[in-house]
Design a protein around this ligand. Structure first.
Ligand code: SOE
Length: 387
């Protein structure tokens, strides 16, 4: 086993920053089996990527990802650029023998996602996808309770992913609203996280049926974007929104559970309102991301008269990842989920284990996204495995 892992990151905006921060923190709070070296960051705008390299602590920068993936001093390529370039970069990186971490959704469509999985398997490199919410301690605790049988047979999975950052009709036409760049709208950007959590906590999907809507069909062309904020010229040209603003769908799981999902960027007042509830024969769990340190748990075996949802603060040393951070009750946040996912990826590489969630999970998610879209187009239930 090599004792260092040299990382090359593609992208320097929202996710690029979240990942850079995580690479720095892994070593400070965990004891990874390999030392992470932040070798190079890559982006098209030289001025911006140079500044990001300095600010985030990368040793060097590149303006061409083709060059980055071929560098002999890079062991792992981390892709945070928009979805339309994931496939090309991942396949080139796999062929160059690099381990790959890729942001979600894995690709623009199922076909491309499958090609990416094929490439990493053929070239025998480790691969992981950025479903970071799995790594919130309270969600890991929910998984433990389910695996221990504390919830019993699962009947319902109810997921909401609610945001409102594009609700203003004058908000510019950013890349997330362009199907050729993002692949999908609220479904692929937000629903993908809920789908992954449902697969993680409940199991595989059997059938889906959905409905969607694009409420605002044209928007001003974007002039500048940073993270989730953007500007456009007043009275400038407008372009077509080519993705869904909201998607709702129903699911029958293979184990008999029923699921309902809502993903929208038009839920006024909700900023990053990712939540779910699971009801089973012995109890229930409930999670809301904006209170991510908490897990609500209902145990139907509690004594009569004392029954009710209890709020567990998942910050005790017994809770997953919690002992690496602060004393009990000193809560953690969004950025910590990325630290946990990279710690796990480094361990998978170091010990030659299958990383999880992998590109396989990315393909399963893309298969479900595509089944939902097809069900909307055909107005009927679609069996996920038929795709
Ligand atoms: C924007 O809608 C976004 O940042 C997504 O791209 C992320 O995946 C999600 O975690 C939060 O919202």
């Amino acid at each position: 086993m090599k004792d260092t892992l040299n990382v090359g990151l593609v992208g320097y905006k929202f996710m690029g920053k979240a990942h850079s921060n995580a690479f720095k923190k892994v070593e400070m709070f965990f004891e990874p089996s390999m030392k992470i070296v932040m070798k190079a960051i890559c982006g098209r705008d030289e001025e911006w990527v140079k500044q990001s390299a300095e600010k985030f602590g990368w040793e060097s920068y590149e303006t061409s990802w083709e060059k980055l993936v071929k560098r002999d001093d890079i062991d792992m390529v981390d892709i945070t650029a928009p979805s339309n370039v994931h496939k090309e970069i991942a396949i080139a990186a796999a062929e160059a023998g690099k381990h790959i971490f890729c942001e979600k959704p894995l690709a623009l469509n199922l076909k491309d996602a499958r090609e990416m999985l094929e490439a990493v398997e053929k070239n025998k490199v480790k691969h992981q996808i950025g479903f970071n919410y799995r790594f919130a301690p309270a969600i890991q605790l929910a998984k433990q309770l389910i695996d221990e049988g504390k919830i019993g047979e699962i009947y319902h999975f109810r997921a909401l992913y609610l945001q409102d950052w594009i609700i203003d009709p004058e908000f510019p036409l950013v890349w997330r609203l362009d199907k050729t760049v993002a692949g999908s709208g609220s479904l692929g950007d937000l629903g993908a996280h809920s789908i992954d959590l449902a697969r993680f906590l409940v199991g595989e999907f059997d059938k889906v049926i959905g409905v969607n809507k694009t409420f605002i069909k044209e928007r001003p062309i974007v002039e500048r974007m940073d993270g989730l904020t953007a500007d456009a010229k007043a009275d400038g040209p407008r372009g077509e929104v080519t993705v869904d603003d909201a998607t709702l769908f129903l699911v029958e799981f293979k184990n008999g559970a029923l699921g309902s999902f809502e993903a929208t960027r038009f839920a006024n007042g909700h900023k990053n309102g990712m939540s779910f509830e699971i009801n089973g024969s012995k109890g229930s769990v409930r999670f809301e991301f904006e209170r991510m340190n908490e897990l609500w748990y209902y145990n139907s075996d509690d004594p009569e008269g004392l029954q009710g949802f209890r709020r567990i603060q998942a910050t005790e040393p017994v809770h997953p990842y919690a002992s690496a951070w602060w004393p009990v009750g000193h809560v953690i946040g969004y950025e910590h989920t990325f630290v946990h996912e990279f710690y796990e990826f480094v361990e998978a590489i170091a010990h030659d284990k299958q990383a999880c969630p992998s590109f396989y999970d990315g393909v399963k998610c893309s298969q479900i996204l595509e089944a939902v879209d097809l069900s909307i187009a055909e107005r009927q239930w679609i069996e996920v495995d038929s795709l």
